[in-house]
Design a protein around this ligand. Structure first.
Ligand SMILES: Cc1ncc(COP(=O)(O)O)c(C=O)c1O
Length: 464
């Protein structure tokens, strides 16, 4: 039996549970068939460098739950599961475990994970407690429909300090997630005359909203060497465009000021709007931060969008936008009665966290943490893979792309999967079919040593 498991001895999950989860997942997925004998306790303990008791505990758990049966002197054998139950359980498992971390993989270069170990859990707990104690009951209700005023006020200061944006609390709308922001914007626009410019490749979460609404989309190609190619958009009949200028997702390019100005002029000329998604601008590891487009928007054509999912916690579900005056009026006419979808308690706690300076201290610290991870990732690729893969990245953000030799992407992914390492295809970010797609590696949630180990194991698998 091929056992592709990497045990994390310093994880919060006991090693016997990791082993148990591994076998359970393999059995449910049909990768270990009914009738198969599990490796002997002595053998498994010796190859995995763990104690025999750890293996016994894992096997015992599998036996207790009915995945294996035990016959005297012949060890543990996988039982045949009824097919209906098997499928149902499998679906449930995949759903449950995908929402945590994919248990099949010992190392997951998942994009969207943050560093859990450095999160200021005590300060955050104290802040939530303080809000509950000081505000007595105020945090228990539905909350302000536009977003808690105290958070919008804190954001005004933060956006000025960090992104050079001058705005007011009244122009800010808070909600749960970037996709929801996009839906809100579209809901106050005249859909009959809408034509949207969208980065290609681009963030699928947003593109899916445009597609779902049946809106015409015109591509803005983003090429590794030259970045955004605006020629088509500038001559099109589009009047709304979605962009990630500070760190294009997923390519990583930073849009130069000349193109930003061209776009702002285009928006003014066409009476159009620019949706500026500034999702991870806090994490730039070289040079000074690039001002946002909103900061240089002279004609109120930029809808600026920000999120706390990268800089703080994805589980908060707090994102915000700055609406230009024309759209703010419409929002107030049409959407002011919508209930707020983000928690008032968490919004109030976040406002305090920003006001006390804790939030910006956290960002400063995380910038260093992620910069180190980024550097280790790039150095490891260079050291273990040399010229076999090409790295596509700017010194920013929480992910990179790699390009493997033409037509070898699937093979590369399969080899990684075989050794229990998850890296990601980027096909879903492209609207148009391509000959080849780069692969994506997120590094925010992995430890430094895991990053190096992962790349080293990938290289061994690839070159052998
Ligand atoms: C380009 C881009 N924008 C925004 C987000 C964040 O979305 P949300 O605010 O819904 O967490 C992500 C997260 O993956 C992203 O990649």
């Amino acid at each position: 039996m091929n056992i592709a498991i990497h045990l994390h001895k310093d994880s919060n999950e006991p090693v016997y549970m990791q082993l148990y989860h591994y076998f359970k997942t393999e059995i449910l997925a049909g990768k270990i068939e009914a009738g198969t004998k599990l490796p002997s306790i002595r053998y498994l303990a010796s190859v995995l460098h763990i104690s025999k008791n750890t293996v016994i505990d894992a096997y015992q758990q599998l036996w207790t739950e009915g995945y294996v049966e035990s016959k005297e002197k012949s060890g543990y054998t996988v039982v045949r599961l009824p097919s209906y139950e098997y499928t149902a359980t499998q679906k449930k498992m995949v759903h449950k475990e995908r929402s945590e971390k994919d248990i099949n993989y010992s190392l997951d270069f998942h994009y969207g994970d943050i560093d859990e170990t450095t999160f200021p859990i005590n300060a955050w707990k104290k802040t939530i407690k303080a809000v509950m104690e000081d505000n007595q009951y105020n945090w228990m209700m539905y909350g302000n429909k536009q977003g808690e005023l105290i958070l919008r006020e804190a954001l005004v200061g933060y956006l000025y300090r960090s992104r050079g944006i001058q705005t007011t609390a009244d122009h800010l709308v808070i909600t749960a997630g970037t996709e929801h922001l996009i839906r809100l914007v579209l809901s106050i626009m005249d859909k009959k005359s809408l034509c949207i410019g969208m980065e290609e490749p681009g963030y699928d979460g947003v593109r899916n909203v445009f597609k779902e609404m049946g809106l015409p989309i015109s591509s803005i190609p983003v090429v590794e060497e030259i970045g955004h190619d605006l020629s088509e958009l500038l001559n099109s009949s589009c009047n709304l465009t979605y962009l990630t200028p500070s760190h294009q997702f997923p390519i990583g390019r930073i849009m130069p000021i000349s193109k930003r100005i061209e776009l702002l002029k285009w928006a003014e000329r066409t009476n159009g709007f620019i949706l500026e998604d500034d999702y991870d601008s806090e994490f730039r590891f070289q040079g000074s931060p690039i001002p946002s487009m909103k900061a240089i928007d002279q004609h109120d054509r930029v809808i600026y969008m920000g999120t706390f999912s990268k800089a703080f916690l994805p589980s908060l579900r707090i994102s915000y936008m700055i609406l230009p005056n024309a759209l703010l009026e419409k929002w107030k006419e049409q959407r002011i009665t919508d209930s707020q979808s983000s928690s008032p308690l968490l919004q109030q706690a976040l406002a305090r966290f920003i006001q006390t300076g804790d939030f910006e201290r956290h960002i400063k610290r995380m910038r260093k943490v992620y910069e180190r991870k980024y550097t280790i990732l790039i150095q490891s690729i260079k050291q273990y893979m040399g010229d076999a893969v090409e790295v596509i990245s700017e010194k920013a953000g929480l992910h990179i792309l790699i390009r493997v030799p033409l037509n070898k992407e699937e093979r590369f992914l399969a080899k990684a999967e075989k050794i229990g390492i998850k890296i990601y295809a980027t096909k879903s970010y492209y609207a148009e079919k391509k000959d080849c797609y780069p692969l994506l590696l997120g590094f925010g949630g992995l430890e430094e040593k895991e990053i190096e180990e992962g790349i080293q194991r990938l290289a061994i698998a690839w070159f052998n």
